[in-house]
Design a protein around this ligand. Structure first.
Ligand code: ZN
Length: 638
């Protein structure tokens, strides 16, 4: 239906064009034939009058051969004159043809403009729902009728053409005005930018390269697509998106996303003060100062982000949360935004969450082989409590997921207990049961049912409360394995944190089997790291035997850099890897946990059990040239 509607006007117009053109041509031909016959006769008469004598003479001369040199010269002159007069008469006829051609060309140009305009109005009026039937009639009939009338009226074509042109404009311009009122600036017609675009397009057709950039403001800049999110319904999201696109801040948000992606920044902090906006970027878990921005453009940019995230644009004091979406170079990102008023102004954090980098093995996490074997064995055990621990943002989900993926889940029944609004990534052969925290539920709510299903392994990443912890730990007595996790600074602290939940030591201590702790350390950029010979005392401090390592590595110093390394954007580091600490609970540690649960005592006992500390794991990476000493110091200080 739509296709038919879209195409019927141009066809009708084309037919009319052809008919008019043929009629016009016939009418002109008749008129021309009459005129030219008269003119040719006139020309012939003049020619015969002027040329009669010449021809007579020529005939005489032809008879008087051989001619003298003088007469031969005169003959040549006459022949030249003859040729010249012939040429002039031909040109006269030719110029007459050009006049006719010009008339037809003019007619054709006007008709072509009208046909194109009619076709465009027909399609455009349907696209923008401006009443295409009405506009088709307005643009089509007056011109068609006038054009047909003109063919039969004995008027000079110099009058015909302007009449047709005026009728064309009078019927087309009203539509253009209606169209321009209802569309975005880049879709207007007959405006300055439209003319530039038309001229540039014409120029490009004859091989000239002129920028024919006729994009909407929001389409300019980086090739990023932004999405509004967070409103109650799609209509509001769409309205938010349109309103955001109308702001000059839209392009600035796109630029911000590109900047974050290029720098591999996962978060940006915008600190709005009276004078300026200070920018800080988090890259590989480390905050770096960015270039400060001016207040005016940053305000516009922030308004766009808040609009996209359906947050209050004018609210600059209360804490707000929201998120919007972005797509860049085939990667989709979720961009959570938080804003809150502070003493100096407003602080805004924009995060960039891309598709999670998928780690599928212990090796990919950076775990050395010996530890992999040791931990795999523990994960395969039938009884006990295993604890994962990291700092906040330290990759707790990843290390837990990889461990579960690497563990055989076919021979044992795994159940996972998760909060309904905080679901983890699905892992094959693990049956997930959810509780609803908003309804006052905890893992304990699910336990009676789960106990009756006799699983082999419980995966409860967040113990939530003492009651849930006790029920789970009690299951270990029935030969079950419990896998859980907790945030802490190291293995010893992780144990203490469980006890701090007020779980009775006699219920937890006998069943806890091991704690695996992970900390993330930045790896040196392989493209710009600088090797150096370490002084013997440094090696001694690191506990590296003399002669074992000839070279250590560090990031380049600012004075050593000609231009920033493209691989790491001049950071010197690129990506992160894990360093691990595994604490297998022995009798000595159990005794401390029950009698004197203190951090230093636990650490001492851990070292005595030949546990490899984070520091030692880190030194291995330093010796391998994968990271630097300052980076290890930074990570250990956390
Ligand atoms: Zn580099």
């Amino acid at each position: 239906m739509r296709r038919m509607l879209l195409s019927h006007a141009p066809i009708a117009a084309a037919v009319l064009l052809a008919a008019t053109a043929i009629l016009g041509l016939v009418a002109h031909r008749t008129a021309w034939a009459q005129t030219s016959a008269v003119e040719v006769l006139e020309t012939q008469a003049i020619q015969s009058e002027a040329g009669g004598e010449t021809r007579g003479r020529r005939r005489n001369q032809q008879n008087q051969q051989p001619a003298s040199p003088r007469t031969a010269k005169a003959d040549l002159e006459r022949a030249a004159q003859d040729a010249a007069s012939n040429f002039i008469s031909q040109v006269e006829q030719l110029s007459f043809d050009i006049k006719l051609l010009l008339k037809l060309l003019l007619l054709f140009v006007i008709l072509w403009m009208w046909v194109s305009a009619t076709d465009w109005v027909n399609r455009d009026a349907q696209i923008y729902k401006l009443g295409h039937m009405k506009w088709n009639a307005i643009v089509f009939f007056p011109f068609a009728i006038v054009a047909l009338l003109l063919v039969f009226l004995p008027l000079h074509s110099l009058i015909r053409a302007p009449i047709m042109f005026v009728v064309f404009l009078a019927t087309w311009i009203p539509y253009v005005l209606v169209h321009n009122k209802g569309v975005e600036p880049h879709r207007t017609v007959l405006t300055g930018s439209w003319w530039r675009y038309v001229m540039a397009s014409l120029a490009s057709k004859v091989g000239l390269k002129v920028s024919a950039d006729r994009k909407a403001e929001y389409e300019k800049g980086a090739p990023v697509e932004l999405f509004a999110m967070g409103a109650e319904d799609v209509t509001t999201d769409n309205a938010n998106l349109l309103s955001a696109r109308n702001s000059p801040g839209y392009v600035l948000v796109k630029d911000l996303i590109v900047d974050m992606v290029r720098r591999r920044s996962e978060r940006v902090l915008l600190d709005f003060t009276q004078q300026a906006v200070n920018v800080r970027l988090e890259i590989d878990g480390v905050w770096h100062n960015g270039e400060a921005r001016d207040r005016e453009s940053s305000d516009v940019m922030l308004a766009v982000m808040k609009t996209l995230a359906n947050m209050g644009v004018k609210e600059r004091r209360k804490k707000q949360r929201g998120q919007f979406g972005a797509k860049y170079e085939d990667h989709s990102f979720l961009c959570p935004v938080t804003s809150k008023g502070v003493a100096t102004g407003e602080q805004v954090v924009v995060s960039l969450r891309g598709e999670q980098q998928h780690f599928d093995s212990y090796a990919a996490l950076g775990m050395r082989e010996g530890l992999q074997n040791q931990w795999s064995e523990l994960m395969a055990s039938d009884v006990g409590v295993l604890i994962f621990s990291t700092m906040p943002g330290g990759g707790l989900t990843t290390i837990t997921n990889v461990s579960l993926e690497e563990t055989d889940r076919l021979m044992r029944d795994f159940v996972a207990i998760e909060e309904v609004n905080h679901r983890e990534a699905e892992i094959q052969n693990i049956e997930v049961h959810t509780f609803d925290a908003s309804a006052g539920e905890t893992p304990a709510t699910l336990m009676p049912k789960l106990i009756r299903s006799y699983p082999n392994v419980y995966v409860c990443r967040d113990l939530v409360n003492i009651e849930s912890a006790r029920l789970l730990f009690n299951e270990v007595n029935d030969d079950r394995l419990v896998v859980t996790s907790i945030r802490a600074k190291d293995t010893a602290e992780a144990l203490l944190r469980v006890l701090q939940m007020k779980v009775p030591a006699e219920e937890f201590v006998p069943v806890v089997k091991a704690v695996l702790y992970q900390r993330l350390i930045r790896t040196l950029c392989p493209d710009c790291k600088v090797g150096y010979t370490p002084p013997p005392d440094v090696l001694k401090k690191l506990g590296i035997p003399a002669g074992k390592v000839e070279q250590l590595f560090r990031p380049p110093k600012p004075e050593e850099i000609d231009k920033p390394c493209r691989s790491c954007q001049g950071m010197g580091y690129k990506g992160r890897t894990g360093i691990f600490e595994l604490l297998v609970i022995n009798d000595q540690i159990r005794e401390i946990l029950v009698k004197q649960p203190k951090l230093d005592l636990l650490k001492k006992a851990a070292r005595a059990s030949h546990q490899r500390l984070l520091q030692e794991e880190g030194i291995v990476l330093v010796a391998k040239g994968m990271t630097s000493i300052p980076e290890l110091m930074r990570v250990l200080k956390q």
